[in-house]
Design a protein around this ligand. Structure first.
Ligand SMILES: Nc1ncnc2c1ncn2[C@@H]1O[C@H](COP(=O)(O)OP(=O)(O)OP(=O)(O)O)[C@@H](O)[C@H]1O
Length: 249
């Protein structure tokens, strides 16, 4: 059963931290890849001997050219793909060992944002944001209590009843972020979240991620946008031909 949370939810730093279980000491690792490799069934080596440690509460950018393995790395973190060598430890769990209900419960602790938003066209903003909570058995009252502060955080309180086709690309991406964070996950993964957006909208999205990070969430973002990465000033790693290079500490 979902846990009860404060009505202030994500608009309040301490509440996010409390609800998302992010108040443990920040030397704890949220993500650890140990000698991890991924070879797809067609024989393509997408990742080779990757070692990466991300502390709880960190903000990390993953950059690299198209096809270098960035999405594959994120997919390993949420169990969409399994490593062919090495280990993937996320939030204390060896992802490769999770199956069925345990994998589903594990994924509830990860918010995921994609480049192409993945909104349901026939559903309103509010419905898109809450659909997962409904499926997870949250009460109507609890869903309502989470919805307003979440929409407020992404600046969409006045668009709750709109359908996605009436929204700009930046607004649609903010809906997808609201959907990813409404359950206050301690880990947020974003795969090229600004790939379809102009610089102003991209910056707005980054500011939302930075705010969530300041609330205690661990945030990992893949991007091609070097300018955005420099502007944010967080740690950067680069994937090149499946190998990981540390760019900044
Ligand atoms: N399911 C799959 N089967 C076979 N090969 C795959 C599969 N998914 C990805 N690849 C290959 O693995 C490599 C890494 O792909 P990945 O999507 O991780 O790269 P990326 O860095 O995220 O690229 P982009 O920036 O264009 O999204 C690519 O060469 C890709 O063609």
């Amino acid at each position: 059963m979902p846990t009860a949370v404060s009505p202030k939810l994500v608009s309040d730093k301490s509440t996010y931290a409390q609800d998302s279980d992010t108040q443990q000491p920040n030397h704890r690792l949220m993500v650890e890849l140990r000698s991890t490799a991924k070879t797809y069934l067609n024989g393509h080596n997408a990742l080779l001997d990757v070692n990466l440690a991300v502390k709880q509460g960190e903000f990390l950018f993953i950059t690299g050219p198209s096809g270098s393995g960035k999405s594959t790395l994120l997919k390993l973190l949420y169990g969409e793909e399994l490593p062919t060598q090495g280990e993937v430890i996320v939030d204390g769990c060896d992802v490769a060992c999770l199956r069925g209900d345990r994998l589903s419960l594990f994924r509830r602790r990860i918010g995921i944002v994609f480049q192409d938003y993945k909104l349901i066209p026939q559903r309103t903003v509010a419905e898109n944001v809450t659909v997962v909570l409904q499926a997870q058995g949250y009460t109507r009252k609890e869903i309502q209590r989470r919805l307003e502060p979440t929409l407020k955080l992404v600046g969409l309180l006045n668009k709750a009843d709109c359908f996605p086709e009436k929204l700009s690309g930046g607004e649609q991406q903010r809906v997808s972020i609201a959907r990813a964070i409404i359950a206050t996950p301690p880990l947020l993964l974003a795969d090229e979240p600004t790939g379809n957006l102009d610089p102003d909208n991209s910056w707005q999205i980054m500011q939302i991620f930075q705010k969530l990070n300041s609330f205690g969430a661990t945030v990992i973002v893949t991007t091609h946008d070097e300018q955005l990465v420099r502007r944010c000033g967080h740690r950067v790693v680069q994937v090149h031909n499946g190998r990981l290079h540390q760019i900044t500490e």
